[in-house]
Design a protein around this ligand. Structure first.
Ligand code: GLA
Length: 680
């Protein structure tokens, strides 16, 4: 079907640039300001033991760098940077603007962020600032400029780390500064108040506006606030945060040519559209923490890693933070067991990371994060965790040649932040609708089948993919629907899950009804949504077998599709549930319910046949991803199971320097990185 190799989903305009590092990056957030000087020497010695070559410093140190407004004290930072430089450890230098100091809020009480309920946030945690406040914008650019002037050409500084995790803890802000900027943003977006009224559908509930000054932020209200207004406020918030990043970035660029990043959180999509952001950074970096309640958290990790690579257009990326063991902020903070940290690290690397960093180097004795694990835990260098940190450093030290190699995928799953923001608003047909859950279900199927996935936007050039899956594309712009239809007509295979193609960019239902924009591909529209009751389990009959299916059914109005499964129970009993439609040279599948894992497996087996895909046939619990280099391929294999497994493979395991002649034997929990010669 597709002769050419799939292309990465190019994200944007910035050409990514990797920092000057001799190895795979290895290290973590380093906070010497929390420790007496005697500990600094011990830190350096231990970093040497562990093979650490990059540390992130200064991220939360504003209060110790600018003592009073405009009064800087860089003495201690000079010392730290010189000490690291002398030890050959490179620096990722933070701008501390995620957490302004006490004096800032004392001098500018109006610069505090305000919640949707009208609470002005207090000092004593971190964040709490209004990103629209002029005083914050001025102060953050000032400290970034001072840092860049002082350290911008220092040989130890190879990377800039602007701010920290934009969007948390403060994303949406309802302060007067935000409202002023919001009105400006709306005028700019719509040009006329009539256009805004039309886009927001303000004829509904008498919300018509005559003046920009009458438009407020969508603060807490007696009932559900206009969803188009809320969706625009989410876009505005993202733009405000991004403009703060760009202001700092450009202030640094005026004095330093070192690459600049800010750390994303790919597994949380609260408020930041990473497709846009990835186009503005020199290095895409991500923070990832396992969700401890998930007994197969490695699948969630793989989603985050593949998404990070995808937003960066396939370029190598940096794992800026993960944990050596437990975090401290989940309901039950489950410690990682022996080998798990290495497996997690290698999963990220296999999915395109050229650097593995942790939060943090040394566990803090004081403060809110003292129960968070670290590379040097409270138990010190004789601990199991530190021994594994040293071992991981040695392993990564053997992988320098993997740097720069790239992951190719034949399958793309659509991931559209705007659609998620819209779907998450109130008064949807069922509380059981979850984009995360649907994406995980489809992704999990592919993960178990050893098929590598990219994520993409529905407007991207998808022509290089054999299969595109839309598990949760509730909001679908008309132009993007046309792109998907052209993809299918041109020979692609599309699988669409339910509640897709429902609204346009203003959260208005598409003319023609649910799913109408995808009718050319799917050969149907959706007549009516039929959510199921809590715990109600219906079923589908597919290829002679019956499978459980729950939460949702639909009445489909079929205009051309073949019926592949019917409902066996529930409100649509006897009616079509799963369809397949031939459109041009391609195929569009529609799955109008949530089948159980066996049902989805059966459906996807048929989809794979249409797309010319084969499951890799991996033993259960084994993850395997290939990175393609200029001269060799690198197969990263991770055994998440407790069983010893054998896989057919020849090459050299770079971790053990063993030559494999046909078989890789991997013990329970073990990892391998095999350089394979490329098939001729
Ligand atoms: C985030 C932050 C870090 C730290 C970790 C703890 O990722 O960026 O400063 O709080 O969480 O898991």
């Amino acid at each position: 079907m597709h002769a050419t190799r799939p292309r990465a989903t190019a994200a944007g305009t910035t050409a990514h640039r990797w920092p000057d590092l001799p190895q795979i990056a290895y290290g973590g957030d380093y906070t010497p300001e929390q420790w007496p000087r005697e500990v600094w020497a011990d830190d350096i010695a231990r970093m040497h033991d562990a093979g650490v070559n990059l540390v992130s410093i200064g991220i939360f140190a504003w209060g110790l760098l600018e003592i009073r407004e405009g009064d800087f004290d860089f003495g201690w930072l000079d010392e730290v940077i010189e000490m690291l430089h002398a030890a050959g450890i490179r620096v990722d230098l933070g701008t501390p603007t995620a957490s302004p100091p006490a004096w800032f809020f004392a001098n500018h009480p109006d610069a505090r962020a305000v919640t949707r309920d009208g609470v002005a946030l207090g000092f004593g945690a971190r964040g709490m600032v209004s990103h629209s406040a002029p005083a914050y914008r001025e102060a953050s650019v000032r400290i970034a400029t001072e840092l860049a002037k002082r350290y911008g050409n220092h040989p130890a500084v190879v990377l800039w780390h602007v701010h920290n995790e934009y969007g948390v803890p403060v994303g949406e802000d309802y302060s007067p500064h935000a409202v002023r900027e919001w009105r400006r943003w709306l005028e700019n977006r719509y040009g006329s108040i009539e256009a805004l009224n039309a886009a927001w559908g303000t004829a509904f509930w008498g919300q018509h506006y005559e003046q920009w000054e009458h438009i407020g932020a969508p603060a807490a209200a007696p009932s559900v606030v206009n969803p188009a207004q809320r969706l625009d406020f989410a876009r505005f918030t993202d733009d405000q945060l991004l403009s703060c990043f760009i202001a700092e970035r450009d202030a640094i660029r005026a004095h330093s040519d070192r690459p600049i990043t800010t750390n994303f959180m790919a597994n949380q999509h609260g408020g930041v559209d990473l497709w846009k952001w990835a186009a503005e950074v020199d290095v895409v970096s991500d923070d990832h923490y396992l969700w401890a309640a998930d007994t197969e958290a490695e699948i969630g990790l793989a989603i985050a890693a593949d998404l990070t690579r995808s937003v960066g257009g396939g370029d190598p990326w940096l794992l800026m933070e993960h944990s050596t063991s437990a975090v401290n902020w989940q309901p039950r903070n489950i410690a990682k067991r022996p080998g798990e940290m290495a497996r997690n690290s290698l999963s990220h690397l296999g999915r395109g990371a050229d650097g593995i960093l942790f939060f943090q180097w040394r566990a803090s004795r004081s403060g809110a994060e003292k129960f968070h694990s670290a590379m040097v835990p409270h138990a010190g260098a004789s601990s199991r965790v530190f021994r594994e940190v040293v071992d991981l450093g040695a392993k990564l030290g053997r992988l320098a040649e993997v740097r720069g190699s790239r992951v190719h995928a034949d399958v793309a799953i659509l991931w559209d932040f705007e659609s998620f923001w819209a779907q998450d608003l109130e008064w949807r047909p069922s509380v059981d609708l979850s984009h995360d859950e649907r994406i995980r279900a489809y992704y999990e199927r592919l993960w178990r089948d050893g098929i590598t996935v990219d994520f993409a936007l529905p407007g991207h050039d998808l022509s290089g993919y054999r299969l595109v899956i839309a598990p949760a594309q509730y909001l679908l712009r008309a132009a993007d629907a046309e792109n998907l239809n052209a993809y299918v007509a041109g020979g692609g295979v599309l699988v669409s899950s339910f509640f897709t193609g429902v609204v346009d960019e203003h959260d208005a239902v598409h003319a023609g009804g649910f799913g109408a924009p995808l009718e050319p591909s799917l050969g149907l529209r959706v007549d009516e949504h039929l959510p199921l009751r809590e715990d109600e389990v219906a079923g589908i009959a597919f290829d002679g077998e019956t499978y459980a299916a729950d939460i949702w059914q639909e009445d489909l109005a079929i205009s051309g599709a073949d019926v592949r499964a019917v409902y066996t129970a529930g409100p649509a009993a006897g009616a079509p549930a799963v369809t397949r439609n031939v459109s041009g040279d391609g195929v569009g599948w529609y799955v109008s319910t949530r089948p159980d894992a066996a049902g989805l497996r059966a459906i996807m087996a048929s989809v794979y046949r249409d797309a010319g895909l084969e499951p890799a046939g991996l033993p259960a619990g084994v993850e395997s991803v290939v990175r393609h280099g200029d001269d060799a391929d690198y197969r990263v294999v991770i055994n998440h199971s407790d069983e010893t497994v054998s896989l057919g493979m020849s090459g050299v395991d770079l971790l053990t320097q063993t030559t494999l002649e046909g078989t890789l034997v991997l013990g329970g929990g073990e990892v391998a990185v095999v350089r394979t010669s490329r098939p001729q």
